[in-house]
Ligand binder design. Sequence first.
Ligand code: GAP
Length: 476
Amino acid sequence: MFPGSEIYGGLANSFDYGPLGVKLKNNVKKLWWREMTRIQDNIVGLDAAILMNPKVWEASGHLTAGFADRLIECKVCHRRFRTDHLIEDWTEESYEKILESYKNDKKYSSYSEDELGKIIDNLIIKDYRIECPDCGNQLTDSGSESKKFNLMMKTFVGPVEDEAAVTYLRAETCQGIYMNFQNVLDSMRIKVPFGIAQIGKAFRNEVTPKDFIYRMREFEQMEMQWFCEPKTADKFFDYWLEQRLNWYYALGIKKENLKTYQVSKNELAHYARKAVDILYKFPFGWKEIEGVHNRGDWDLSNHSKHSGKDLSYADDPSTGSGQAKKYFPYVIETSIGVDRSLFAFLCDAYQEVKGGRTETTESTKEVEVVLKLHKSLAPIKVAVLPLVKNKPDLVKTAEKIYKMLKTKFSCQYDESGSIGRRYRRQDEIGTPFCVTVDFDTLKDGTVTVRDRDTMEQERVRAKDIISHLGILMSKI
Ligand code: GAP
């Protein structure tokens, strides 16, 4: 992964995926897509446009107070900070807990939730005498105040930059799914309950992008919206939460590094009736990588109201037991960040072995890095390594095997450096298998297959190598 536009000094928290990063990212997306649109039943895919009519964002609630963070700008250095993060960093206590203790005071009972948040934030900052983390200025004394800041990224469609041309880069991919709810119903033989899945970029003008690819302004989401009868929403919520957790476990995430967090009423997004976050234990703390949300009929009913198009639904009474009366289906949403989940997979797989795993002089001096990625996530599945590069017969055979293997697996050919060093290089990028072509290959037609995790080596007939690796790859 490289910092975005680095030669110009970069751009805050923008990152580019390099040759191996993009392979890993594509694998994460491929596995999610496979899970949703092939393994699970009744889910269809979609690829909606990033730019939509701005009315979408009015109806969804994203342009109003609903989709905003409170932030405070230091009056001295003009750096901005998310108020909840600032309070937590300063007090080393949970923001929610502090907020609750202030809210219990009767004198605040007449305020709306929104007004209250702002008033209390400023009070906490004053009471705790919180300073600007950058310049040390005492925030309240200098008149700095916490304010709401909308996260939507504005842009202009067409050559004239007037208000009529304003639209927004989508802040969540699921709005494109609601825009196509009726199209999917009309064009596919599908009925409630069913899901629509989509992968795509989303943009948020985050106040404090941080922690590498954890919080960015441009990121990718994989979202599935499950449309169901309201009375079945709780059942499906539990089902999808369990399915999502199992997906991570099946891809090798350690159970002890994953937990769920029931989002409290105060913290719920404007559209949510209920939300459970899936948290991963990053080196910088437990953080959300995915949310499962019950969005009720918030989206379909609001889009119906604002567009004048009826998005309510009724089962065809001739086809079964569903409701014949029109209603707005509830939505159970599973929303996962590609970048955040990839980051979690990387952290989980990363291992440093002091002194190395082998006893050669070269490796005992070093820390050895092994990336124990699940085979299906690994960017390179097989490396083909001729033992030496100055024996034309050996190199020719290795090249032939590489040509054959690359039609089936993502492969790398590497002939430079000692064989031990080349194994280390492949271990570092998470390649599960190395195929080594040596002098015995020329005599008996066998090659060595080395396993990344056990470092065990077995000899396999070169002509059986595709099927042999296929079997190894399919094992967990
Ligand atoms: N449609 C619902 C929705 O967008 P969210 O909790 O705001 O819900 C869902 O976002 C997921 O998107 C998060 O769990 C996270 O993985 C990812 N995500 C959100 N903001 C992000 C950011 N600034 N950078 C990277 N990923 C982000």
